[in-house]
Design a protein around this ligand. Structure first.
Ligand code: PGA
Length: 254
């Protein structure tokens, strides 16, 4: 199974989201890889427009951010419970823009993963190194630290049937996000293998691990062909229905 996810960041309000959905529904590729899971993380204000559109039969919805408390005096925030009520089934947690622009810490990432599990939202936990960290040979140390925060929560949680929660990881090297620089398939493969080893070392099932960072229609197929790459998290190229649909169409059958 392959996951193709679009992170719209602060783009596409409700009207533009509706127009995107109209166009995506018939765009070449959108209905090709029928065993691929397709997800969109729109701004929370655009969730309702997508949920009300027939695109919601094909595309799962998620939020880009949430607060760890279920409710309270936290002006401007939204909770995991509210996201579920609004139709989300997924939440991005620990995106590098949240970490670097808004100063989100590993402890907050852990709290947000806990909030997702409490509300029944599936967390997609984003990890990744900066160029400086990669050049200093600290890739594995950084990934292990970021992952640890999430694993402590996932490892302790269980469904009523004793199964572990369904979640996903996204490896997003910070230097590749929005820069046009993409990790090579070998770089992505090595990081994904390291992440799955870390999860296995803790005796947990390995979740799908997506690659993110300047994924475009012309490089999506070669990235998704790497056996340890279970999908892609797409920023810029998910804003236009035709390019996102062609990335969906490039998903391999597994
Ligand atoms: P990008 O963003 O595809 O525009 O590099 C990826 C992301 O931030 O998830």
């Amino acid at each position: 199974m392959t996951i193709v996810a679009g992170n719209w960041k602060m783009h596409l309000g409700p009207e533009a989201a509706h127009a995107f959905a109209d166009e995506f529904s018939t765009a070449p590729g959108a209905n090709d890889a029928t065993d691929a899971t397709v997800l969109l993380f729109p701004p929370a204000l655009s969730l309702a427009a997508l949920r009300a559109h027939s695109i919601a039969d094909r595309v799962g919805l998620g939020v880009q951010h949430l607060h760890s408390e279920p409710q309270g005096a936290f002006t401007g925030e939204l909770s995991a419970e509210m996201a579920v009520e609004a139709g989300a089934t997924w939440a991005l947690v620990g995106h590098s823009e949240r970490r670097h622009i808004f100063g989100e810490t590993d402890a907050q990432v852990a709290e947000r993963v806990r909030a997702c599990l409490r509300a029944g939202l599936q967390p997609m936990v984003c990890v990744g190194e900066t160029l400086e960290q990669r050049r200093a040979g600290r890739l594995e140390e950084v990934l292990a630290r970021q992952l640890e925060a999430a694993l402590a929560e996932i490892g302790g949680a269980e469904g009523t049937d004793g199964s572990k929660p369904y979640w996903a990881l996204a490896y997003e090297p910070v230097w590749a996000i929005g820069t046009g620089e993409t990790a090579t398939p070998d770089d992505a493969g090595a990081a994904h293998t390291f992440l799955s080893e870390q999860v296995l070392m803790r005796g947990l099932p390995v979740p799908p691990i997506l690659y993110g960072g300047s994924v475009k229609p012309d490089n999506a197929a070669e990235l998704m062909a790497v056996p340890s790459v279970n999908g892609v998290l797409v920023g810029g190229a998910s804003l236009a229905a035709d390019s996102f649909a062609s990335i969906v169409g490039a998903a391999p059958t597994r």
